[in-house]
Design a protein. Structure first.
Length: 190
C-alpha cells in the first residue's frame, strides 16, 4: 500500500488499486463464524455492510511491535464504535446486516464485541477462505496475516461499492451513510 504524509507527519494509506477488482463481484458462499454464535455467509438477501479491519488489541494489551508504523493499521476500535453509534441510522437506511470482519478467531473477537457493546456481530475469517476467494488486500504483522481496512456494501450477494483505503477509520460509518443516501441503494433492499 502506498502512503502519504499529512501535516502532522502521520502516515495515511493511499489507494494502491488492490481492491479495485471487488466492485461487482459476487460474494462466494463461505460460512463464517460470528460472535453471536451464528454462522453467516454474505450471500444473504438484502443489503449488508461489511467493514474489514486488521485486529483489535486485547483489553489493557498493547499493539503489535511496529503497529504504529503501518499505514492505516490503527483505529479498529474507533471504527467499530462509530458503526455501533450509527447502527440505528444504518438500519433506517435499509441495511439488513452489519458485520465487522477480521482474521482473528471468534473467541478473540467475542471479547471485543462484548467490551465495545456492539449491536452487530463480528465475523472471523481466521482460515482466510473469504479473503482468498475475494482477493482481499492483506498484510503481515507480528507473524499474523491481517486484512487491510476496507468496507464493502453488498446487495443480494453482489459487491455494490468498496471503500478503500479507509481513513480515518472513525469516519468510515459516516462515509457509508453518505454513500447510501446519495446512491439510494437502500431503497432497493429488502
Amino acid at each position: 500500500m502506498n502512503v502519504t504524509e499529512n501535516d502532522s507527519t502521520e502516515l495515511w494509506p493511499q489507494d494502491d488499486g488492490s481492491a479495485d477488482h471487488l466492485l461487482g463481484m459476487e460474494v462466494p458462499r463461505i460460512a463464517l463464524q460470528a460472535t453471536d454464535g451464528t454462522t453467516v455467509d454474505l450471500c444473504s438477501p438484502g443489503l449488508s455492510v461489511v467493514y474489514a479491519y486488521p485486529r483489535t488489541s486485547p483489553p489493557g494489551g498493547r499493539a503489535l511491535d511496529g503497529w504504529d508504523a503501518i499505514p492505516g493499521a490503527r483505529g479498529c476500535t474507533p471504527q467499530s464504535c462509530a458503526f455501533r453509534d450509527h447502527f440505528v441510522e444504518l438500519k433506517e437506511l435499509g441495511v439488513s446486516h452489519l458485520f465487522g470482519l477480521s482474521t482473528q478467531t471468534t473467541e478473540y473477537q467475542r471479547e471485543a464485541a462484548e467490551r465495545l457493546h456492539l449491536p452487530f456481530p463480528l465475523l472471523s475469517d481466521h482460515s482466510l477462505l473469504l479473503a482468498s476467494a475475494l482477493g482481499l488486500p492483506r498484510f503481515h504483522a507480528g507473524g499474523l496475516i491481517l486484512l487491510r481496512r476496507l468496507t464493502m456494501i453488498i446487495q443480494a450477494g453482489v459487491i455494490r461499492h468498496v471503500f478503500y483505503p479507509v481513513h480515518p477509520p472513525e469516519k468510515n460509518a459516516d462515509a457509508v451513510i453518505s454513500w447510501l443516501k446519495t446512491n439510494g441503494v437502500a431503497e432497493t433492499g429488502p
